[in-house]
Design a protein around this ligand. Structure first.
Ligand code: PLP
Length: 358
């Protein structure tokens, strides 16, 4: 059976061998065999995230680790800064509020990146334990220059922890956790890493774990100190992990590391450039501020006044699934993802089909 191809910004298509890896027999998560798998995965994850600090693998989607980030980084009576330039910046703000934190929300125009000066202007008001930023805003197709933001924050507000949502960037765009001086980067399995949904991954700094120790109520499921304690003691995880998904990750992380992060990032960029060229030739402009276009998902304005629901449905009928605009951008924009295992030939195949639909 041929299946429709996913050009939506997650979930992405998963290679067959990673899918099949899930069909292996189960093992107990307190066994030595499982510990070997879990530690091997943590090592591979550290290489993907470019860190020698802490790697976390949890059974949840990425939003779970957004909750973990807030609860482990912000002390009672202190504030979190939420930079909001799209739907997922908004998600993080909502998570902070839902957990009872005082959040200062800075709204930026959708389509714009988060810029260092906006972060500093807010932090200058004082009282913050952390700033939460989305690296790649999937709703708008905008990537922010996190390295620059981190440098500025480190310089002016060295006590503010830097929490980064890398859900649609990790594995698809350059990210150097240690070199950039970040405190937490989280991601989901189902985006640029091309795994099934259900796992979330994070790199965490030593200093964030020190901060967590000053916070009395970090929750239980996402208590990073508890997770770290189990990991260190050889007991792997406090609760039962999604073992079959970990089999898939073991296989897929090997593919990612064999390709090499630089080559993978360059491939995503080439697919992005093809998408830009196709869109410009067909009269579609990009929603993202120039210079901040995402290498994993392109958000295009509906300049041709298409009936987007119908256009997307017809593409689907031809086996190509592209993304609608997100939330308030529905009808105004549509999105083409070029993340995960997508290659230039896949993009060419998509454009050949879309061209027949005009
Ligand atoms: C940038 C970003 N952050 C967070 C999320 C939420 O991730 P999850 O659905 O894995 O919880 C998404 C999902 O699309 C996303 O794109």
């Amino acid at each position: 059976m041929t299946h429709a191809r996913l050009y939506i910004p997650g979930p992405t298509d998963v290679p067959q061998d990673a899918l099949e890896a899930q069909a292996q027999p189960l093992m107990g998560h307190r066994s030595a065999e499982f510990a070997t798998l879990f530690y091997r995965l943590a090592d591979k994850l550290k290489r993907i995230l470019h860190t020698e600090q802490h790697a976390f693998i949890v059974t949840a989607s990425g939003s779970g680790l957004q909750e973990a980030a807030v609860r482990n980084a912000v002390r009672p009576g202190r504030k979190i800064l939420n930079m909001v330039a799209g739907a997922f910046g908004d998600r993080w703000h909502k998570i902070a509020i839902a957990n009872g934190y005082e959040s200062v929300r800075v709204d930026l125009a959708w389509g714009q990146p988060v810029r260092p000066e906006d972060v500093l202007a807010a932090l200058d008001k004082g009282g913050f334990d952390a700033v939460a930023i989305v690296h790649n805003e999937t709703s708008t197709g905008v990537i922010s220059h996190v390295a620059e933001i981190a440098r500025a924050v480190r310089d002016k507000h060295p006590d503010a922890l830097l929490l980064v949502d890398g859900v649609s960037s990790v594995g698809g765009a350059p990210l150097y956790f240690d070199d950039w001086g970040l405190d937490l980067v989280l991601t989901s399995s189902q985006k640029a890493l091309a795994l099934p949904p259900g796992l979330a991954f994070a790199a965490v700094s030593h200093r964030l774990l020190q901060r967590a120790a000053e916070i009395p109520h970090r929750g239980w499921y996402f208590d990073l100190l508890l997770l770290e304690k189990y990991f260190r003691n050889g007991r792997t995880t406090p609760a039962t992990p999604a073992i079959t998904l970990l089999y898939a990750a073991d296989r897929q992380f090997d593919r990612i590391l064999a390709e090499g992060l630089n080559a993978r990032w360059a491939r995503h960029r080439r697919c992005m450039e093809m998408t830009h060229a196709w869109a410009s030739e067909r009269g579609f402009t990009r929603f993202a501020e120039p210079g901040y276009e995402s290498p994993t998902v392109t958000c295009l304005k509906n300049d041709r006044g298409l009936d987007l629901a119908e256009f997307i449905a017809r593409a689907r009928a031809r086996g190509m699934i592209i993304g609608a605009g997100y939330g308030p951008l529905k009808g105004e924009t549509f999105r083409i993802a070029h993340m995960g295992e997508r290659k230039p030939a896949d993009m060419a195949a998509l454009f050949a089909v879309l061209d027949e639909l005009f």
